[in-house]
Design a protein around this ligand. Structure first.
Ligand code: GLN
Length: 487
């Protein structure tokens, strides 16, 4: 079995009887056990995984199979998994066993996917490097002295290292796209509302969105087709049926027949060395698409607005961790106030506390108008920029990140420099749009990603275009084993 197989290749192998789901799970569990250096998993429960795989084999034998039946995947540890630890990368939840499954988890379980384990992440999904995890930093499989990106760094790293064929992640301000770019894989942040947030531990509810991290666009579409869908348990879940998405499990991504106009936002190329995007542009032009310049003029204020809004929402969402109902509780509290104060001080890490403090401040009387309200106005201007750009272009092409994966410990003492890493991913999140990062080359020996952005609910354009690109090029096939500079 090929170490870097796609979900579809594994599905075909299972269908042909080349191996069983139990054999496949055993194979991946052995790889995971022998590769601890990446620190990509927080929880692996071999017995549980093998029991699910055995059931998948029975289901396949009796003809009750979807393309995912028996195929292993990993879940970011932000998704609640019933009866299994769900820590969100935090000491606060280090002993939390979820009493129910997230909708995404139950949908994939029902399709027969086999959960290999829960992946490491920045605490409460706050971070761009995966150095904020209570369970230790994750390292980049292409170079162990570099970060894998965050906050879905564990998910991206295990897929890049071949320890799982695909994984789920979440993106609030870039946490699927940025680690996908840093680890040389394909990461899709769907339109806000496409994927249910039920059972996905909340960070900033108006921004959080789950999505797939995979080896290529076809796998991304396949995983999305099971993750997406209306859920009455999430009030922001969108009720819609897209035929192209329904067709994916049986037919894959439909071939793009139209020639598109692709917009390159000038603001995303200021002070960045992104020659590799030029190459992507040339490939698209050779395929018959047209490239034009567009402008997204409020790009430079997106980071400021995002960190006010995300912090404000986090400060209210995280007030539930009070040491009373679940999670970490301090020893021998002397009063209710002492219980709150010490449980939260002990249970939450420095970055999470920083967000709660700034978020609470931005929402407080006297500062609300100056910060929160202002940030919301900027959010609207950014969404308007995209709407205007989409009158000139069908899709937008830009770098995913300003530079390739930085070194461990390079930025974690400087929160503002760390926040700047998100400057190309955050605007899309504020506008609620779908965006995908696809591997498109190497810089300084590390993978780099191109970001494609589409109008709301047009993930089909992102996937169709990426599929075309991945038919023409083979960046998505490079692995840390085949590439020089490997750790
Ligand atoms: N790096 C950003 C932050 O720390 C984005 C995180 C995310 O998308 N979850 O807020």
């Amino acid at each position: 079995m090929h170490k870097f197989a796609t979900l579809r290749q594994l599905s075909t192998g299972l269908g042909n009887g080349d191996f069983s789901a139990v054999e496949l799970a055993t194979h991946y569990l052995a790889l995971i056990a022998s590769n601890q250096q990446i620190n990509g998993f927080i929880t692996v429960d071999e017995e549980r995984t093998l029991a699910i795989a055995a059931k998948a084999d029975t289901d396949r034998a009796s003809g009750r199979a979807t393309p995912l039946t028996g195929v292993p995947i990993a879940h970011k540890d932000i998704f609640c998994t019933q009866g299994m630890l769900t820590t969100c990368g935090s000491k606060m939840l280090h002993n939390f066993v979820a009493p129910y499954d997230a909708t995404v988890v139950s949908a994939l379980d029902q399709a027969g996917a086999v959960t290999l384990g829960k992946t490491n992440m920045d605490e409460f999904a706050m971070g761009s490097s995966n150095e904020n995890s209570f369970f230790g930093a994750v390292t980049n499989p292409w170079h162990i002295e570099h970060v894998p990106g965050g906050s879905s760094g564990g998910s991206a790293a295990v897929v890049a290292a071949g320890l799982a064929p695909a994984a789920t992640g979440t993106d609030t301000g870039g946490s699927i796209r940025q680690p996908a770019a840093f680890c040389g894989i394909t990461g899709l942040k769907p339109t806000y509302g496409r994927v249910s947030r039920y059972g996905m531990i909340a960070f900033a509810s108006s921004l959080d969105q789950g999505g797939p991290l995979t080896r290529d666009a076809e796998d991304s579409a396949l995983l999305l087709s099971y993750m997406a869908g209306y859920d009455e348990k999430d009030s922001t879940s969108v009720q819609r049926q897209d035929q192209w998405l329904t067709d994916v499990p049986s037919a894959g991504i439909a071939n793009l027949t139209e020639k598109l106009t692709i917009g390159l936002p000038t603001e995303y190329f200021i002070d960045v060395d992104a020659e590799y995007i030029d190459q992507v542009r040339q490939t698209f032009e050779q395929l018959g698409h047209k490239c034009v310049d567009v402008s997204l003029s409020h790009t430079d204020v997106a980071i400021a607005a995002y960190y006010v809004i995300a912090g404000a929402e986090a400060s209210t969402n995280l007030s539930r961790y009070d040491g009373v109902r679940f999670g970490h509780r301090c020893e021998q509290p002397e009063s209710l106030h002492d219980l709150y104060q010490r449980s939260r001080s002990e249970g939450l890490g420095a970055e999470v506390q920083r967000r709660i403090l700034t978020g609470t401040y931005a929402l407080s009387v006297g500062y609300f108008d100056a910060y929160y309200l202002k940030a919301q106005k900027i959010r609207r201007l950014i969404a308007n920029d995209f709407m205007a750009a989409f009158t000139q272009a069908d899709v937008i092409l830009a770098p995913t990140t300003p530079a390739p994966a930085f070194r461990l410990n390079a930025l974690n003492k400087d929160p503002v420099a760390m926040y700047q890493q998100d400057k190309f991913t955050v605007p899309v999140s504020l506008a609620g749009l779908p965006a995908l990062s696809m591997p498109c080359g190497f810089a300084e020996g590390l993978p780099v990603g191109a970001q494609l952005i589409a109008p709301a609910f047009r993930e089909d354009l992102l996937l169709g275009l990426t599929k075309q690109y991945q038919t023409e090029t083979d960046w998505h096939l490079a692995t840390p084993q085949t590439h020089a500079g490997t750790a």
